[in-house]
Design a protein around this ligand. Structure first.
Ligand code: C2O
Ligand code: CU
Length: 485
């Protein structure tokens, strides 16, 4: 097999170059079969077992890759659950290390959020944990490990989580598009250098091999005129991906699981930072090509991510009228009362080439060098590295919270809040109105982004960068929401 180029570059200056060099993959085609779980209201817990497995990531003619996986599948089984109904999952740990499952983007009860140290104890090897929760919002979410996530997610412990709408948009087919970049060695195995401080202090662990739904360049088969719902999920550790759909008519209808108030036509590429999702409605032209490509274009050199092969009789005479592309609203407030907001500043510093010279870690000051070399931390929020004993803020139930985030680093960050969705209210000094609800927001270097949300989910919630090596190296904090009175 062809050698994989080592894409990771040592010079921070080359972050952009790094993104530009995202490697081309082999011509192998693969399709994936995903076996969905379908849960009724009162189902017995479905079993999700984290364990070691082998996966065909690179193509049938290539070596299998040793991975960590849920139920031995990459991605893990597609979980489809009803909105607003209690569901339960029995997570079994078949690994040789502790684990947990976080249901990313679900506004669930705190004890089920899957964050060891904050909401539960880690699940020891050989042990089980039953997750039991209600998903209030329909949409496209995902689940993943929240223990040593930079390694466990990087090795494959993730899967799609779909909360079904009561009245979905009418489409002919509904597909997942789970994007991951793996760092593979020449033998097609996952490079073992997880948690490396060079990655952690730069752009995170960037991979050199792209998979969609766990396969290299999978094929989606469609008929002319078909309307496809494509649920895009980035499960990458750190890479910001951009997907283009040349020749296809693509519109975005939801972001991070939450419906948009109006569909947005996708004129430029779809940017997906780690953990972000976007639901697209794609119309295949009636008298168009026999084959379309979906390209990953963040590097400037299009890399084929997947193919759409068109065959059979047209499904209709003309592409479907746009119709209503508005998904039913989720139970989120129609506006956020900003007047009496609790205002919190979050000053993000550190990383390679930053201004940070010293920082607090576990109550002690360290110069940057010892912080990195001895403590494995490279980033700070408000001058402190790592999850602190006391929360970033504590708030009564129902309080509006505005967080003014300043990315005072030379790197982008994908900021994620657990248990809540938020809205951007101001970006770089400009007020933003009616921005979509999100759970993960991409901040470019230098960005000043203010977000607001209503703290209406009691408990202790994590707030961190979803570039998993950045989280590992200090970009994490938490907040505490009180009980309703
Ligand atoms: Cu998707 Cu704290 O995680
Ligand atoms: Cu980050």
């Amino acid at each position: 097999m062809e050698a994989l180029r080592e894409l990771f570059v040592s010079n921070a200056r080359e972050r952009y170059v790094n993104r530009r060099k995202f490697l081309g993959t082999s011509a192998a085609l693969a399709t994936t079969m995903m076996l969905p779980f379908k849960l009724g209201a009162s189902a017995r817990p479905k079993i999700i077992k984290a364990g070691f497995a082998e996966a065909v990531l690179m193509g049938m003619d290539k070596p299998k890759t040793a991975v960590m996986a849920y139920n031995a599948q990459i991605p893990g089984p597609t979980i489809r659950i009803p909105q607003g109904k209690r569901v339960n999952f029995l997570v079994k740990n078949g690994l040789d290390q502790p684990t947990s499952v976080h249901w990313h983007g679900i506004r669930l009860e705190n004890g089920m959020d899957g964050v060891p140290g904050l909401t539960q104890d880690p699940i020891a090897p050989g042990e089980d944990f039953e997750y039991n929760f209600i998903a209030p919002d329909a949409g496209t979410y995902w689940y993943h490990s929240h223990v040593r996530s930079w390694e466990q997610v990087g090795r494959g412990l993730y899967g799609p989580l779909i909360v079904e709408e009561t009245a979905p948009i009418e489409v002919d087919s509904d597909h997942l598009f789970v994007a991951d970049d793996w760092r593979l060695d020449d033998a097609g195995q996952i490079a073992g250098n997880f948690g490396h401080m060079r990655d952690a202090s730069h752009g995170g662990r960037l991979g050199n091999w792209l998979t969609i739904n766990g396969a290299t360049k999978p094929t989606f088969v469609a008929r002319p005129g078909e309307r496809i719902r494509l649920r895009c999920i980035s499960v990458a550790n750190a890479r910001i991906m951009e997907f283009a759909f040349p020749g296809l008519i693509a519109q975005m209808v939801a972001i991070d699981g939450q419906p948009l108030s109006a569909a947005r036509s996708l004129d430029s590429a779809l940017t997906l930072a780690p953990a972000q999702r976007a639901d697209l409605v794609i119309d295949v032209p009636v008298n168009g090509d026999k084959e379309y490509v979906i390209n990953e274009v963040s590097t400037g050199e299009p890399l084929v991510a997947a193919l759409v092969v068109v065959s059979g009789e047209p499904i209709r005479a003309h592409v479907k009228e746009p119709g209503s592309l508005i998904l039913p609203a989720n139970p989120l407030p129609s506006s956020i009362p900003l007047e009496n907001a609790l205002v919190v500043d979050l000053h993000m510093e550190g990383g390679a080439m930053g201004q940070l010279r010293e920082a607090m870690y576990q109550g002690q000051m360290f110069d940057l060098r010892s912080l990195v070399m001895e403590k494995g931390k490279a980033w700070t929020f408000n001058g402190e590295a790592g999850t602190t004993v006391s929360p970033l803020f504590k708030t009564p139930f129902g309080q509006t919270v505005t967080v003014n985030m300043i990315n005072d680093t030379r790197w982008p960050h994908a900021m994620h809040i657990h248990g809540h969705h938020f809205r951007v209210i101001e970006k770089n000094g400009n007020p933003v109105s009616n921005s979509p609800w999100r759970d993960t927001e991409l901040m470019e270097p230098g960005d000043k982004t203010s977000i607001s949300f209503i703290a209406d989910n009691p408990g202790k919630w994590l707030f961190h960068c979803h570039m998993l090596e950045h989280h590992m190296a200090g970009m994490g904090t938490w907040f505490d929401v009180g009980l309703p009175s």
